[in-house]
Write a new protein. Sequence first.
Length: 274
Amino acid sequence: MTSDNTVRRVVCLQPSATVILNAIGRLDRIVACTKYCADVCPEVANSGRLIIADSWTAQSQQILEARPDLVIAAVPYQEKAVVEILKAGIRFLGLAPKTLADIYTDIATIAGAVGASEHGQTVIAGMQKEIESIRAQSAGLSNNGKHRPLVFCEEWSKPLIASQRWVAELVEAAGGVFLGEPGAQASPESVLAKNPDVIVAAWCGAGDRVPLKKLAHDRGWEQLRAVQDGRVYCIRDELLNTPAPTLVHGLKALAAAIHPGSFPQAEGLRCIVD
């Protein structure tokens, strides 16, 4: 760390932090990260950086060997490792975002730590502009007499868990009505009772490999409106589950799923009929 307290060496145990540092042009500050960081940000793969354990399985020795100024993790994280990091006098930032506002705060905080506050504000403004643009377009569709489609988004299959609150906010921005309680466990029967117009599966760690037809069959969802209409989608995991600027790509995928024909086909979106 320099005399002005600007962080020079960062260890990222959380993929969203890596994506944020890339977005603000400070990827060069990362000296070690996880394999999951490399999955969502290919620029750090094969770059000579140390690949270490993630927040939950963090190993303090690995982290200390990277000689960081700052370690960024997310809950849940390995408390024993955090204690060792703090004992060594290293700054620690633990992220726990729930909403889009929280994500903007995380971007601003990370940008400030690496001396890139202006870049951080630019990235935040860019996200907000994209989100409001989609919101305005989708609102126009509803104003033309179309009802707001009922959307069930899930981030996990067994047990069935609804997507996080920031995803619920994105669904609303895309012109849908988010069904269920964000981040809470649901049952196939409860979803069946609500009969959504659209189902979106973005399973953590599954990329775009969710077996959509099997999902509908195994849960007895064949009579759901979404299944009957062929509106069961997979959105690539990192586009909705990584709380970072890449969420705007997830939003575009949601808009294309909720309003097919009104928004262009988006990257990372796959339909049950594909």
